[in-house]
Design a protein around this ligand. Sequence first.
Ligand SMILES: Cc1ncc(COP(=O)(O)O)c(C=O)c1O
Length: 414
Amino acid sequence: MKTSRRISEIPMSGIRKMFDLAGPDSINLGLGEPDLAPPKEAVEGMNRAALQGLNKYAPTMGLPQLRQAVAERFSVYGEITADNVMITPSGSSALLEVAMGMVDPGDRVLVPSPGFVIYGPHAQLVGGTYDEYRLTETFQPDIEDIKSKIMPSTTMIVVTTPSNPTGGVLTEESKRALLDLAEDHDLTILADEVYCSFVYEGKHVSFMDRLDKAVVVNGFSKMMAVTGWRLGFICANMEAMGPLMKMQYHVCASPGMPAMYGVLNALPTIDPYLDEARATYKRRRDLITRRINEIPGFSIAPPQGAFYAFPKFDLDVGSEELGNTLARNGLICTPGCYFGKYGEGHLRFSYAASEERIEAGMDMLSKVITEGRWKRCPTTTTRTHTSSEGTTQRRTRSRPSSNTSSKTTTRGSR
Ligand SMILES: Cc1ncc(COP(=O)(O)O)c(C=O)c1O
């Protein structure tokens, strides 16, 4: 049967490979999925809706009451109203709808590297292409690198804050620099803020106050630990919202009704739940940071947001080979190279896992590294470091290649 070239040219996620290599009792620090229970109000609200027969199509933009509740909660970041909010069937489909609604064939999209794995493929699926821009050593967008990659056909730049896979949180300074670029080069910023509830130091920097230049994607999967419900939202100005709504109509008609009632029942009183979730993740973050820094050749600064640790390693082995070795030994993580060409030299560990599991995982990492006899190669890195004087230094040294390039092979997992 004929299938489209469009999809055959897009690689499948690399995560399956890690799971295939690992045995059934492996320690799983590979998945970007909260292990916490959802707020009980959310589950009750969804169940009640389903039992009351609220199982129908909803308005294309989602339940008006939920759009209003989202606008109220997120108006701390900008003057948004329900008209600026469209509920979507997941953050992932929101991102695809933005690509379909705003990117033309031939357009170029700048995506962060290391970065979440679906932005580039989405650009390709709609006939565009993508270019990876570097992050600095502190996981901020490397503005000089971005400048050097803006072409006449570049129309969009994607930014993720807090970031999967790095755990980096955008600074106000980086936000301003991105907005300046967007203004100078007439670019749209696609801000993926699905981890906004999980910032451990400082505060979340949102683009919701700049809907003249940005479209913001957010979601409930991570916030409420309901990855299986498939609900997200887009925040956009009225000019963008019309085409995005049309797109959503053709994609799904509307998001699922019972799940929207569940989220609606929890959202206005979610803060105590989020305070507890943040405290839990922060404890785990501190644990995994300490354990990683005890391992020779590994280093990490405490991730500021999301629930990922993305340590650097200075060993003469590629991240894919190291990830495979760990998987064969019963520890699942995600090689940095799966998150783009600038992710090499890192591994991603999800700490959305119990402290016992994190301890066991780090015991295994330590054992494999100690027994691995890989040589140290102290200056190996392919990213840039912004010094305290603000000058950008680039350090590159070769590391055994994992035989991957973002265009031709699998890029990571959730
Ligand atoms: C950065 C980022 N954006 C978007 C998503 C999509 O989330 P969902 O489709 O569950 O809403 C994910 C999921 O892992 C993510 O890590």
